[in-house]
Design a protein around this ligand. Structure first.
Ligand code: MN
Length: 287
């Protein structure tokens, strides 16, 4: 099932070239409480019940062509966005060779030695909202990545069975301003975390370790690889992250980018595709 948020925070079910407005399925969610007792995104936390309600709502739903929908992040309120540093060998090589762009790279070790990083939740947008460059005079890069959305509480989970904690997958852009500041600062600019265009539920992707993906800027392919080249695979990422902190429903892991990161400028359009998930266009503007 492909589930999205679109337009004015409508809940959608994507079927071929159409989005079905299944917002009526939100009645399956428990009434909100404040303060919330459970951490995490309510829709992802209640995904099984919502999916059942989506099936009931779909037959009579209003249908919108995918091309006419404005897609928001498929997770509305994650408790955190996790970034995985240099997790493809060819990207590690390009980073090591460009010391002017990646000045601290030579001081850092393996993925586990560096540890993961966090991006501010407030930086999260969907593809329809676009990326806004606050510092267009500085180099902002695209990092095209597979996004993993955690489906249930995961604390110290073993690698075997770790995929059982996944709700689904999406396309992720880990945007960044290059430079000397702390990474979480440079990667937390508003709109610098893009997720979309929808959540492809885990049952649609039994093997996330063999997904071809690509990113083109204005039609020119800049990044193209396959998740089979991940240094730390999805299972290992979930196990490793959950050794350090609990993962909650809706937490997003941006699993690392491949070679070919490059600068974007106002007016550019990034076209991103991941096999079995779909495609999205993301416009770049000056803030
Ligand atoms: Mn990244």
């Amino acid at each position: 099932m492909k589930i999205c948020w679109f337009d004015d925070h409508r809940l959608g079910l994507v079927e071929q070239d159409h989005v079905l407005d299944v917002s009526a399925a939100l009645k399956a969610l428990p009434a909100p409480r404040y303060p919330a007792v459970e951490k995490g995104d309510p829709l992802i936390a209640n995904l099984a019940a919502v999916r059942e309600a989506i099936r009931e709502a779909a037959p009579g739903a209003r249908r919108i062509p995918v091309k006419d929908a404005t897609f928001l992040s498929p997770v509305a309120a994650p408790s955190k966005i996790i970034g995985v540093p240099v997790n493809y060998i060819k990207h590690a090589e390009e980073a090591a060779s460009q010391t002017d762009v990646f000045p601290l790279r030579h001081q850092q070790g393996s993925v586990q030695e560096q540890g993961f990083f966090l991006k501010a939740n407030s930086s999260l947008v969907g593809p329809g909202e676009g990326v806004r460059l606050r510092f267009p005079e500085r180099r902002s890069d695209h990092e095209m990545e597979l996004g993993v959305v955690i489906g249930k509480y995961a604390n110290n989970v073993p690698e075997d069975g770790a995929l059982g904690y996944v709700a689904g997958y999406c396309i992720a852009l880990d945007m960044v301003v290059r430079g000397p500041e702390d990474r979480s600062f440079r990667k937390s600019i508003d709109t610098y975390s893009v997720a979309g265009p929808w959540l492809a539920t885990a049952d649609e992707i039994p093997d996330p370790g063999h997904l071809a993906f690509s990113l083109a800027v204005n039609g020119e392919v800049r990044q193209a690889s396959n998740t089979q080249f991940l240094i730390l695979n999805i299972q290992k990422q979930i196990a490793f992250a959950s050794q350090w902190y609990a993962l909650h429903p809706g937490d997003i892991i941006m699993t690392g980018t491949c070679e070919g990161v490059s600068r974007v400028l106002p007016g550019d359009v990034m076209h991103c595709e991941i096999e079995k998930i779909g495609a999205m266009d993301v416009r770049v503007e000056a803030a």
